[in-house]
Design a protein around this ligand. Structure first.
Ligand SMILES: O=C(O)CCC(=O)C(=O)O
Ligand SMILES: [Fe+2]
Length: 367
């Protein structure tokens, strides 16, 4: 056994904190214990919502399309690319970099705003914030079902996410003075630049493990998401397009807890998982913590031909949202002067200026 697989074998597998939808939609319910257990300073960093009406079918409808999209002719996929937005809209394959610095050919992504096809036509804004303000590109002839399925699932994950955000705000405002319109719920509700990402992890070829360094983050590198809140589906594993249960239980999503322990997290197929992004950690003054996570590829014989499809929905503030940054004690605070009022777009721009070399290190649509 190599050191990497030894580490995986010793890594505990933990269940997410689960909130049934009926409780979540009750605005009078006191979910503070669960929010703290999931997102608080000692929390695991992930909460899943069970029994969301209509979710199972919408998940299947979209995830089934990921392998079909990835196998469209190269020419068709090329027409779905958008270099202007640095591949933050439409099809993206091999445009991002892995932790090793090599181009990421392991997965293909399709990005779109599930709520707005054209968030703005302002040329200056488009030039300044192409990753946020760009327009959707749908495969209208090659795969017309994609637009319908993407928008339907995205809308549902956002609606449930707004309820999660409501309960997060209730928990946070219990401890600190927060202006009512500065909560996550309002920020997410007002935004015009949400981003959905349909992910397809290509299968390993026989005898050619994707995981040459045997690391935990072999399929998707360690990162925290940049925005407010991320919704995640349970991934679908397929072989030759036919759904199968994942044959390697060390493959999947891993999280680094607040104490630095790495755990594999599991949730059920019909649950929607939510994680906290960096901006929420900053605005909540650390009461809700961003979630470091990565994805481990399956290994060995069993991995041959195994494909993984999933969907992430990045709920992020509008580019124009003025953010009330705390004076101190948060990540990236060196970028912000005391009492400086920055919009989310300006803040992202500063991050990109400072960390340009990190741009596209496996965190597209997140910075
Ligand atoms: O593939 C996954 O399950 C997670 C992907 C992810 O973390 C991301 O796209 O930010
Ligand atoms: Fe992520």
């Amino acid at each position: 056994m190599t050191s990497g697989s030894l580490a995986a074998a010793q890594t505990p597998t933990l269940r997410t904190v689960v909130i049934p939808f009926t409780q979540l939609k009750d605005k009078d319910a006191d979910l503070s214990m669960k929010i703290e257990e999931g997102f608080g300073p000692d929390g695991l960093g992930i909460i899943s919502i069970s029994d969301v009406p209509g979710y199972t079918v919408l998940r299947q409808n979209l995830l089934n399309l990921a392998p079909i999209l990835a196998k469209l002719p190269e020419k068709v996929k090329k027409d779905l690319e958008d270099p202007q937005s640095r591949y933050n809209f439409g099809w993206s394959h091999g445009k991002e970099k892995l932790e090793s610095g090599k181009p990421d050919l392991l997965k293909g992504s399709f990005y779109a705003n599930p709520l707005l096809d054209v968030p703005t036509t302002d040329a200056l804004l488009l030039q300044r914030y192409p990753a946020y303000c760009g327009s959707n590109i749908w495969p209208q002839t090659a795969l017309p079902e994609l637009e319908v399925a993407f928008k339907a699932l995205g809308k549902l994950i956002l609606d449930v996410g707004l309820l999660v955000a409501y309960h997060c705000d209730k928990y946070v405002s219990n401890g600190i003075d927060m202006q009512s319109n500065q909560g996550i719920e309002q920020i997410v509700f007002r935004s015009r630049c949400h981003k959905g990402r349909l992910l397809y992890y290509f299968p390993a070829e026989k005898g050619n493990d994707v995981d040459d360094n045997d690391s935990m983050s072999s399929w998707c590198g360690w990162h925290t998401d940049h925005g407010s809140l991320t919704g995640l589906t349970y991934a679908m594993f397929t072989k030759d397009g036919v759904e199968i249960p994942c044959p390697d239980n060390t493959a999947g999503l891993y999280i680094k807890t607040r104490t630095g322990q790495i755990v594999k997290v599991v949730y059920k197929e019909d649950e929607i998982a939510y994680q906290i992004g960096n901006i929420t950690e900053i605005l909540s003054r650390g009461r809700l913590c961003a979630t470091p996570h990565c994805v481990r590829a399956p290994k060995g014989e069993k991995a041959t031909g195994l494909e993984r499809s999933t969907f992430a929905f990045f709920m992020q503030p509008d580019w124009d949202e003025k953010l009330n940054f705390p004076e101190s004690g948060h990540v990236n605070q060196e970028l912000i002067q005391a009492n400086e009022l920055l919009t989310f777009g300006e803040y992202t721009e500063k991050l990109l200026d400072k960390y340009y070399h990190l741009k596209n290190v496996d965190t597209p649509a997140t910075v």
